[in-house]
Design a binder for this molecule. Structure first.
Ligand code: FMN
Length: 159
């Protein structure tokens, strides 16, 4: 019995030691990137930048222009901007997922990333940066759109 308990303890300890954390993020102008780097350093996590196939120009990001690329993407819930490289998430138990708030939710490239990865059995922790919006709208969107995944409450990183 004693041996069995020791064995179980050893297994539990080694599982905890192997738990790995990833910080995956998209950043159009560098603010979320800085937040992601800080979180990765604090959590001793690996860092992964979600890079669009086609980078966003300043004109693309013009939210005042309803014909700009970001406006067009955000108006259409089915938009899925292409990502440059695939992420291998298989080794990670916990994933921080960072993005700027666009029109009160996450940019569509976050949907592209989520739909390109198997996130079952992972603990997902969203974080955002924004001008002033909270992460609440994005949390509601993510939980409603991807109810099959385990979403922890997210947080906003202030500049
Ligand atoms: C297209 C677009 C839409 C935005 N919508 C919002 C918004 O709804 N609420 C808000 O507080 N900030 C909004 N912002 C501001 C960004 O969330 C903020 O500048 C963010 O920190 C930028 O992060 P990044 O440098 O990582 O791209 C928007 C910015 C863009 C480009």
């Amino acid at each position: 019995m004693k041996q069995l308990i020791t064995l179980l303890l050893l297994v539990a300890v080694s599982m905890t030691m192997n738990a790995k954390t990833l910080v995956a993020y998209f950043s159009a102008t560098g603010i979320t990137k800085a937040a992601a780097e800080q979180i990765a350093a604090k959590q001793q996590a690996d860092l992964w930048e979600i890079v669009p196939n086609e980078p966003y120009t300043e004109a693309d990001l013009d939210w005042r222009n309803d014909q700009s690329r970001s406006s067009i993407e955000m108006k259409d819930p089915a938009e899925r901007p292409m990502i440059k490289m695939c992420t291998d998430v298989s080794a990670y138990d916990t994933i921080y997922l960072g993005f700027p708030i666009w029109w009160n939710i996450c940019p569509r490239i976050i949907d592209s990333w989520i739909e390109n990865n198997d996130l079952r059995n992972k603990t997902l922790i969203p974080f955002c940066t924004s001008g002033s919006s909270t992460i609440d709208g994005a949390m509601e969107y993510l939980r409603t759109t991807y109810p099959q995944y385990k979403w922890e409450d997210g947080f906003r990183v202030a500049e």
